[in-house]
Design a binder for this molecule. Structure first.
Ligand code: SF4
Length: 309
């Protein structure tokens, strides 16, 4: 039941009821074609076959770091290669040394061609054993489910993974917020105008929020957590607070929270021009704008708008 706050929760019942109203307003505003057009979920949404969706979703989620306008073309380039060979699943199932050579020049920040080669060889190993990547994820609390799936993926990884590749197999047991896998799970499990809802054996009730820079910051502004580290513990605490708003679908507001930051609409501090139009303004405890730099002081970096998750 919405508004029932468990003992020891971060939020009070009154806070939950008021916050729910404002988050609903923001959620309604965020579900726009413009936000979908810059969200990485647009890549797996282009496919119908389950395994095509899974491969495109894994690739898109794992590359969704840094700037939206920089990682999007890299995902599109790799998926174009896959489409030229029958689509993402067919590309993975027939992946060989010739395909590996095609990826040699693909680079995005700390991920190199060899990482993409290893990712496709890993997915090939999965599909030789399972009809769907979803078989690696068991129903129940997502911490245990994701942890077991990552254990399996680590065991199946052929060769010696680079540091860049190892970031793709972050494990909740190591304290990582695992935001990219949690975003992937949100896509695969939830169903609405944005998410894909292709894995019906898992429940949206069990999901944990993908705690990116924007969601972390806004969670603090809204009193969803008092923690300031982007860790698994914080992701669980924010999710517990959101579960008070919607026990059946605690990560429902993730898309809206993330896109408030990605779009650049939130400057990360109170702003007399921007904040009055924000649906969250009545509940937001963002700090005041930083002081203007003086001639002798270094300039404050511009807000990170249009960064991904
Ligand atoms: S700082 Fe302003 S724009 Fe950002 S969440 Fe708070 S009220 Fe909204």
């Amino acid at each position: 039941m919405r508004g029932a706050v468990p003992p020891g929760a971060v939020l009070s019942t009154a806070h939950v009821r008021t916050l729910a109203v404002h988050l609903e307003a923001m959620h309604a505003l965020a579900a726009t074609p413009a936000n979908l057009a810059r969200d990485p979920v647009r890549f797996p949404r282009a496919y119908a076959d389950l395994r095509d969706v899974e491969v495109a979703a894994v690739l898109s989620a794992q590359l969704a770091y840094g700037r939206v306008d920089l990682f999007g073309p890299v995902i599109a380039r790799i998926l174009a290669l896959a489409d030229a060979h029958g689509g993402p699943a067919a590309y993975v199932l027939t992946f060989d040394d010739a395909r590996a050579a095609d990826l040699a020049g693909v680079i995005y920040r700390w991920n190199r061609g060899e990482d993409f080669v290893l990712l496709f060889r890993l997915l090939q190993a999965v599909y030789r054993r399972h009809a769907s990547l979803g078989e690696l994820f068991q129903p129940g609390p997502v911490g245990a489910s994701l942890g077991a799936a990552i254990d399996t993926l680590r065991a199946l990884t052929p060769g010696e993974p680079s540091r860049g590749f190892r970031t793709w197999l972050a494990h909740p047991g190591d304290g990582s917020a695992c935001k990219r896998w949690l975003m992937f799970l949100r896509w695969m499990v939830r169903v609405d105008g944005m998410d894909l809802g292709r894995w019906t054996h898992l429940s949206p009730r069990d999901l944990v929020i993908p705690l990116d820079t924007h969601v972390m910051r806004l969670s603090g502004f809204l009193g969803l957590t008092r923690r300031n580290d982007a860790s698994w513990r914080t992701a669980e605490e924010v999710t517990a607070a959101l579960r008070c708003l919607d026990p059946d679908d605690p990560v429902r507001f993730d898309f809206a929270l993330a896109h408030l930051g990605i779009s650049g609409a939130c400057l990360g501090h109170r702003d007399a021009d921007v904040c009055p139009a924000c649906p969250l303004a009545p509940m937001c405890h963002a700090p005041a704008a930083p002081a203007r730099p003086t001639e002798s002081a270094p300039a404050t970096p511009a807000p990170a708008g249009r960064r991904a998750r």
